[in-house]
Design a protein around this ligand. Sequence first.
Ligand code: ATP
Length: 251
Amino acid sequence: MTGTVEAAARPVLELNNIHKSFGGVVAIEDFSLDLRAGEIVALVGDNGAGKSTLIKIISGVHAPTSGSIALDGEPVSFSDASKARSSGIEVVYQDLALADQQPVYMNLFLGRERLRGPFGLLDRKAMMQETQKLVDELDVRIPSASAVIRDLSGGQRQGVAIARATHWATKLILLDEPTAALGVAETAKVEKIVLALKERNMATLIISHSLDQVFRLSDRICVLRRGVQVGVRETAKTDKNEIVSMITGVA
Ligand SMILES: Nc1ncnc2c1ncn2[C@@H]1O[C@H](COP(=O)(O)OP(=O)(O)OP(=O)(O)O)[C@@H](O)[C@H]1O
């Protein structure tokens, strides 16, 4: 039992003193944050604060100039995004990377298809069944696992993208403005799916420009200002005024 408690308390992701420059531009100056299983942390900050750069560092797209990253207590250094993916980190971007002409189940397994038999044929039945189970669990409302992506609404597509990330992520899901392109009703549905990630014990980091959304979804809020982590607050113990003044630096 003690072991379980310790495992739950240990951060899934630790970012320590991350710094990132692009030539002369300092995008991240000094950033540290821990993320735990089953929690949603919102990353907020003004335009250009460095939020997307951080997501790209965690997901292996950019290497930090200095600083260290640990996953489950083990130091990691990803040479590219596929290394981060194979370590259990998945990203959902605002502009979806879904194949429009393909059915939902093929998108779920894109590049990682299930094969069967000696000739390595696509195991469509297994992929469809797994997809259906997952979309049911996450309550992603789509007509069926074989529906074609182009026939789905924006919210349904984003639901599929999050389901795909959930299927492959073992540790961490990064959501970069997942509802930026959606209307109110669709946003509400996607937020429900994001909240369901907590029940799957996933650690989730979400970038959002909507403070209303941040307060609906997150357990903690991490504020970034000009590349510096200026504070982390428990959502239940702060309010919008405090977060806005942390974002802007104006008390
Ligand atoms: N590949 C790059 N080359 C040079 N500079 C970059 C690069 N990527 C980001 N930057 C710079 O780093 C800083 C942080 O940018 P970033 O996109 O991470 O901010 P952001 O908080 O995600 O902003 P937004 O909310 O507008 O998306 C900016 O000054 C940006 O111009």
